[in-house]
Every structure is written in structure tokens, then in C-alpha cells.
Design a protein around this ligand. Sequence first.
Ligand code: UD1
Ligand code: CA
Length: 454
Amino acid sequence: MNKLEIVILAAGEGKRMRSRVPKVLHELAGQPLLGHVVDTAISLHPDRIHVVYGHGGQRVPEALPQLPVQWVLQAEQKGTGHAVIQAIPQIDQGATVLVLYGDVPLVKKCTLEAVVAAVSDSSLGLLTVNLDDATGYGRIVKDNDDQVLAIVEEQDANSGERQIREINTGILAVRGGMLKRWLGGLGRANAQGEYYLTDCIAAAVADGISVQTVHPGCEEEVLGVNDCQQLARLERYYQRQQARALMAGGVTLRDPERLDVRGELLCGRDVVIDVNAVFEGRVVLGDEVHIGANTVIRNAEIGSGTIIQPNCIFEDAVVGKNARIGPFSRLRPETQLADAVHIGNFVEIKKSSVAHGSKINHLSYVGDSEVGRGVNIGAGTITCNYDGANKFKTLIGDNSFIGSGTQLVAPVTVGEGATIGAGSTITRDTPKGELTLARARQQSVKGWRRPKKK
Ligand code: UD1
Ligand code: CA
């Protein structure tokens, strides 16, 4: 087996995005375009991946430092051929080299495997597709025996060649040594004054190398992103695919057109997802979980039988089984809710655990806290966890009852089974099983008269 080296071209400016952000950093399904291409490249288990960057300077490598790739600078963008030339010194001549584009994010592994499989010492693989409207693309010129002769760029094509509907996707694979030789012979006597990678095809034919064309499963696989409309089109296509896969796995989507999965969503049986749900990062939903409308869930695990009512936002949270959350609940990072917990409207929970069966049903903030089992936290309860510099913990014992409008000034512990009277400001630990009140006594002033206007 020959080595496999992958070169991803990502140095272009992407003028039509009309953005300060380099094109390959624009996101599709929550991940930069280039990240999608690198993920697909990795799935082919190559020996090395080279990313040619240039426009936007160090912004691209700096934005994606975790990618397992060799970064190759193309200081000036003099064309696709010139871009590949920059990587040639790093490439093993005996290797099969696969060229991908950083702005063509949805190409599939199996398609690329077919392109790579077309490579031998006497052939190269070229990914082409027939389009109804081929405007703007390089056209595949063939002879009467249907053998590829050359690629002609739109701007260099004559009117006959412009009628050709088979286009160059840009993706090809060939032996490193041959690629090096042909690139060395490139000129820039063309309409754009660039070194065209596509001119390698005619050079290959002249060398007696046969060009094997491979086609993608569908057009979207090879569509590039040049402007915001194309980006939106690919985003929707990608989301429809995810929706289809979820439904095939038995998930009920109230409307597959109104679902966004920006990461990985794993669902148990009989999961129901209402409209406008957004899932980010890794989200795991147990059996029979219901997700209400307009919910955003990032990096969370939700146990079986739990119902999430509309308009909730979760981030880095774990929710147990048979819980009831929402509407309008916010679970912030490091929230852990046990089974059968109820969290209601306008309740925010941060870095806290809530044990089995406890309820926080209305208008509360619980942060840096440990809430025991069977606790009832009344409306408008606030854990005052922050003094402007430090954060402190609130511990709330099992089966305690916190009256409405209570402030728990941390650090503080509410004993097991304790009751706190409504409207209390609790600054010291409260004893087990007793009623604690910390509020001014109510008084009425007899005979008091309201002032009158003169
Ligand atoms: C290229 C192909 C064309 C094909 C089309 C498919 C050439 C000469 N033409 O045209 O046949 O139909 O793609 O979309 O190859 N890039 C660099 N450095 C450069 C120039 C480009 O890294 O100096 C990168 C871009 O970032 C992009 C890719 O190469 O990812 C393609 O460049 P682009 O300018 O879009 O090529 P096209 O003119 O569209
Ligand atoms: Ca392009």
C-alpha cells in the first residue's frame, strides 16, 4: 500500500463572503468549514494532512490549533497549482496525494475512497459531476472515446467548451512524484494569470496517464461555499440529513425543517423533539425524553422519561430520569439534577447538585449549592453566593422547606428538615427540623393618617 498524504487548499480569500473572517473559518453546523474537511480527511487514515493557508495570515492556524495537520503557508495566492506546490517539499513522492478544498465541507469518505482507489502508477482519480448550470466551473474536456483530455477553466473556455456540463470539483488524487513533475511545468499564460492545478490533467494525458473520473453520491457533496447563500444552503442540506437519520432511528421530530444539530445528538427510544430545538456539542437523550419548542441544549445528558418544556437553555448539565424542567429554565455549567427533580419557570441553576425529587419551581437562582432530597424551594429564592471577589457554597439539607422570597447568604447550611419562613435573609446555619425566620416583625400603626394635599 502506498502512503496517503492529503493536501487541503485553504489559502483563498473568499471575497464573496464579504467578511473579515477567513472563509474556511465560517461555520457549518457549529464547526468551521475547514474542521469538517479535516474530519473527513482523518477518517481516511492518511499518513499526513497538509493545510495550505495564506489569506488572513495566521488567523486560520491560530483559530484551529488542535487540528492534527501540517500548516503550509502560501504567502501570495497565485492559484490552485501554486498552492499545491507549497506543500510538495513535505510530500513523499511515492505517496498517493489527495487534494481537497477547505471550502467544500460535505464531501463524503466513500467518495474520496473511490478517488484514491482510482490512483495507480498509470492512472489518477478526478472527482467530477454533471451540473445543469456549470457556470463558473472548470469543464472536463473529453475525446470521442469518453477519455478525459484536459480541464478548461470557464474564463479560458471557448463557446463550445462552455456547453460542457461535466465539471471539475477540484478534488483529485495522484502519485506525489507525478504531481511534482507536472506542477513544475505549470505556466500562468491564462485568463487569470494563475498557476492552475487543473493544467496537470493535460500534462498527465501527455504522459500517457489515464484520468479516471469518479462521481459523488449527490451534488451537495461537492458544492463549495463562496457566499453566505451557499453556506446557508449547505447548512440546511446538512441539517436535513441529520433530521432524516434521527427519524430513521425512531425519533419523532415535529418538524424536521426546524431542527439544528451542531455536534452529536444521541437519542434513546421514543424521543419527541418539538420545533426550533438546537443541540450543540454532545447531547444524549434517554428513552421517552420530550424536548419542548425553542430549546437550546449544549453538552448535556438527559435521563429517560424527562420532559423539557419550551424555552429552556442548558449548558454542560446532567439531568436525571423523570424530571420536569421548564418552561423558561436555565441550567448552567456543572448542574447535576437527580431523578424526579422539578425545575420551573425563570429558575437559573449553576454549579449545583439537586438530589432526588426536589422542586425549585419559580423565579429562583441556585448557584454553588448542594440541594438535598425532597427539598422544596419557594418562589424567588436566591442563593447569594458571591461577595464580589469570592464564591461560597450553600448546603440545603434533605426534606427542608425554603419559604418564598428567601435569600441564603453563603457560606450557609440549612439543616435537614428545616423550614425557613418566607422573606427571610439567612446569614447563619439553620438547625435541623426547626422553623427559622429572619425578617422584621410586621407592625400596624393605629390611627395613622395618610398625608393629604393642601
Ligand atoms: C477551481 C478550479 C475549477 C473548479 C473549481 C471548483 C482551478 C484553476 N480551478 O476554480 O476547475 O471547477 O475550483 O470549485 O483549480 N486556493 C488557494 N490558493 C490559491 C487559490 C486558491 O489555497 O492561490 C484555494 C481556495 O481557498 C479554494 C480552492 O483553492 O479552497 C479553490 O480556489 P478557487 O479560487 O475557489 O477556485 P476556482 O476559481 O473556483
Ligand atoms: Ca471556488
